[in-house]
Design a protein around this ligand. Structure first.
Ligand code: MG
Length: 382
């Protein structure tokens, strides 16, 4: 299984209705995809996550000009060696952001190929599956209008509850008073049996986040995600001393080197690397070991296309528990319910939840088949 050539694709689709999170309005969804083709003609697929309005051409350029010349002719089984070579070669201008997202895409595609070559699911190659069935939570609650009217949020919460979700994550960060009003109305609508999480997308200072956490202390939140700026590690540590709500973050952090201080500094309760951003499945293994050694549970962030979703299912399957007990709750799958055509239509069998659960694929590789008609129609060869 020698890498013969690499195809890079960019996808971009305008949203019929833009939506906001605390940092910006999202007007389109994009993705950077990589197809690694072996001498035998086998294809493996990977993705570099396009968060927010990140241009898909940025990671595509790194894959084409930096990664491809480095890995042609190499064995798909050398994932660890290739990862370190690419990281070291790009260290002076990489280490975070799109360079690591590009390495992630290549790495995911190589794991897909390793699975296809051995006829094993990727979770088995990662060391085996602790679980083949994962609870899913609804992520959504993006805003289509700003203001104090919470009726759209309440309606969305009821919709997720009716679809079978018993956990959901609410986008906050629109001002402490507005956030508290939204949470009160949502809790009223869905009752006490639904588990809620909140995500401020680092909208707040430590004192604002502490005020919000205090106002929600009786909501039994599973976690408070990205309360403060990802660069403010001391802020996370301080906030963690002010609230009993577990703190989560990591979608804006990269590789074991980026996660080291967050984990060793005990800044978090839950680490959320994104497999298509933080360095691929190889980096997930590094980060998971580091988190475990520091007593912090990994629960991946998932916001990409179907490729990122499938890769995340295998990563979650292979994630050990930091505190394994009879009553321990395992990691939970982030099920993006916002508009994203490349999540639902890119593969012939999109990830689907049933009664709030998703299944880990057990076929060879990552376990999906690309819809070639959809790809031809929507993807641009870079
Ligand atoms: Mg988030």
């Amino acid at each position: 299984m020698i890498i013969e050539h690499i195809n890079v694709y960019t996808l971009s689709s305008q949203l019929p209705r833009p939506f906001a999170f605390s940092q910006q309005w999202v007007t389109r969804r994009s993705a950077t995809l990589v197809e690694v083709v072996t001498e035998e003609g086998q294809s493996g697929w990977g993705e570099a996550l396009c968060a927010g309005l990140l241009e898909p051409e940025l990671a595509a350029s790194v894959i084409k000009h930096v990664i491809t010349p480095q890995v042609l002719g190499r064995s798909v089984f050398d994932t660890e060696v290739i990862w370190h070579e690419l990281y070291n070669r790009t260290r002076d201008y990489g280490r975070k952001g799109v360079v690591i997202a590009a390495i992630s895409a290549l790495d995911i595609a190589l794991w897909d190929l390793k699975g296809k070559a051995t006829q094993r699911p990727v979770s088995a190659l990662l060391g085996g599956a602790f679980r083949l069935r994962i609870p899913a939570y609804a992520t959504g609650f993006f805003r289509t209008a700003l203001g104090q009217d919470t009726s759209a949020l309440v309606e969305e919460a009821r919709r997720h509850q009716a679809a079978g979700f018993s956990s959901m994550k609410i986008k906050l960060g629109f001002g402490v008073a507005d956030d508290l009003r939204a949470m009160a109305d949502i809790r009223d609508a869905v009752g006490d049996d639904v588990e809620l999480m909140i995500d401020a997308n680092h909208a707040y200072t430590v004192s604002e986040a502490a005020l919000l956490a205090d106002g929600l202390k009786d909501f039994r939140l599973r976690w408070f995600e990205e309360p403060v700026n990802p660069d403010d590690k001391e802020g996370y540590r301080l906030l963690r001393q002010k609230t009993l709500i577990p703190l989560a973050a990591g979608e804006a952090e990269f590789t074991m080197f980026g996660f080291r201080d967050l984990l060793a500094g005990r800044c978090l309760d839950i680490a959320q690397p994104d497999v298509a951003m933080a360095g691929g499945l190889t980096a997930m293994q590094h980060i998971t070991a580091l988190a475990l050694a520091n007593g912090i549970q990994v629960n991946p962030h998932v916001w990409g296309t179907a490729i990122g979703q499938y890769a995340s299912l295998h990563a979650i399957a292979a994630t050990p528990l930091v505190n394994p007990t009879l009553a321990a709750r395992g990691p939970i799958f982030e099920y993006d319910t916002s508009a994203h055509p490349f999540r639902s239509d890119l593969v012939t069998q999109p990830v689907a939840q049933t009664d709030g659960w998703v299944q880990v694929p057990t076929g060879p590789g990552l376990g999906f088949t690309i819809d070639q008609d959809f790809l031809r129609e929507h993807a641009r060869r870079y």
